[in-house]
Write a new protein. Sequence first.
Length: 134
Amino acid sequence: VSTVSNNKIERMPAQALPPLEHQIKSSVLIILTRTQANQDRVWYYIIDILKSGSSPNQISKDSVVNINTKMWELLGYKPIAGQEVVFFFTEDGLINLSPLETLTVQDGKIIYGKDDPTIKQELTIEELQKKVLL
């Protein structure tokens, strides 16, 4: 993975998580949701749309969507009824509603890059929204 800084291309280590700002710029859709669950079925109620580029018709505030979280579940994410979750989608990810990033809201905040002190950020939803608007 490469990034551009001061007109120089910088290579990130293969295992490095990109900075949050990169994920925001790469995403065409960022939504805040509330997890709904019934036995083995999980779906997400859209509380707010933090960033919207092109998106399928079913993506709108106050709608319910099925999001493919299987990859994130392999990485430790566990859907919990009532939990708020922020999802980031690239254009390609919108095809099957597979998110680029999945961040749970805990105590009113998200933590991005929790295992990497070089990029770790703890933000409220309002602070995330400000970053999205930059």
